[in-house]
Design a binder for this molecule. Structure first.
Ligand SMILES: [Mn+2]
Length: 362
């Protein structure tokens, strides 16, 4: 007997899908917008939606608040991308003159810095496609927000599959669009290591069957790092990683070390996952020193909440087992100066945060 096939997808409301489609049809100028320091999911979900809209003949531009890392330069048409920080006037004008803005892979305008302020003052219809906890639903005209899903790219995929132009046949989407969605999902799951659901595997199966080359994606995005990144990883794991008796791993990467290894934006990503492979480690907290603050990245195993730690102590948040934030701690040389990040103060702060979380029966 032939396997009849079964589909898995998030519980998307058909009225929401219909209203999203109607917004697309009515809009002349459409913009996709994603988060600061865009990762694979931000770029993948944006270019996935972009590809679909372009195939409908829409005037569409993708905006990212800050630059896209070199490893993600799989952009179909560079002229259709705007980086807010580099082209602020044009990006502002675009956000303000759009009829429809599709926000991908972030949950509130506050997460995207100045671009968020412009977004708040835009009269465009705003649609959210996201998988983070605690979305600011009231801000959006329509929200597709699910946390039981691998990535914004996967959510975008399921939404696109329900568009009347696609009707569940993913090969109706242009190949670069399918490739972008597959890339976003693959990077956000850390190559199927976390947040994988039946719907995720179904998406992967359909995309591979439709001709998306997964090997090429892996080679391009997970096997083309610079040597310096790996050398830095070794240094961090050997010299900076500490593990508390509670099973919390943490490290602070000093700015001078990043400089010595000529580390670029995105190069330190992924190091935070490595200590989690140690049996006794339940959570890993990564701090990277920047001139006036520490960039914080937290990963945890099931049963320990990275999101709680990020929200309670690092002015951030994200997902239950993957979250981020910032820590402003240090001393100002003179009153009114920006403070200089101080590593020993930061270490004490981390230890207090761990004590606080675990002391409260967390
Ligand atoms: Mn994501």
């Amino acid at each position: 007997m032939l396997y009849s096939g079964k589909t898995y997808s998030p519980a998307l409301d058909s009225a929401d899908i219909a209203s999203f489609h109607e917004m697309i049809m009515e809009a002349k100028v459409i913009t996709t917008l994603s988060h600061v320091r865009p990762d694979g999911d931000a770029v993948g979900s944006s270019l996935g939606i972009y590809g679909f809209l372009e195939s409908l003949g829409k005037d569409v531009v993708s905006i990212f608040p800050t630059a896209i890392p070199d490893s993600l330069q799989f952009i179909p048409k560079k002229e259709s991308i705007l980086i807010f920080n580099y082209a602020e006037a044009r990006a502002t004008e675009r956000i303000l003159s759009s009829d429809l803005i599709i926000c991908l892979d972030f949950n509130t305008p506050s997460r995207i810095e100045e671009a968020g302020e412009v977004l708040r003052s835009s009269k465009a219809k705003k649609v959210l496609i996201d998988h983070h906890l605690n979305p600011e639903r009231d801000f959006f005209d329509l929200s597709f927000s699910f946390t039981e899903i691998s990535s914004a790219s996967e959510l975008a995929y399921h939404i696109l599959m329900l568009m009347p132009e696609v009707e569940g046949e993913c090969s109706a989407l242009p190949l670069p669009c399918r490739r972008a969605l597959m890339t976003g999902m693959t990077t956000d799951t850390n190559n199927f290591a976390n947040s994988v659901f039946p719907s995720t595997l179904m998406m992967a199966a359909d995309l591979i069957a439709s001709g998306v080359d997964r090997d090429e994606i892996i080679r391009y995005f997970m096997m083309s790092y610079r040597e310096n990144r790996i050398r830095l990883m070794g240094n961090v794991l050997k010299d900076f990683l500490k593990i508390t008796p509670e099973g919390i791993a943490y490290y602070i990467i000093p700015h001078a070390v990043c400089k010595a290894y000529d580390i670029k934006e995105g190069d330190t990503e992924g190091i935070v996952n490595i200590p989690l492979t140690i049996g006794k480690v339940r959570m890993c907290i990564s701090l990277k020193e920047e001139p006036s603050c520490f960039r914080v990245s937290i990963r945890s195993k099931k049963g320990t909440s990275a999101n709680y730690m990020a929200r309670a102590h690092f002015s951030g948040g994200g997902h239950e087992n993957a979250a981020g934030g910032k820590l402003f701690i240090g001393t100002a040389p003179n009153e009114g100066d920006a403070c200089i990040a101080d590593s020993s103060m930061a270490e004490q702060y981390i230890l207090d945060a761990i004590k606080d979380c675990f002391g409260n029966g967390y």
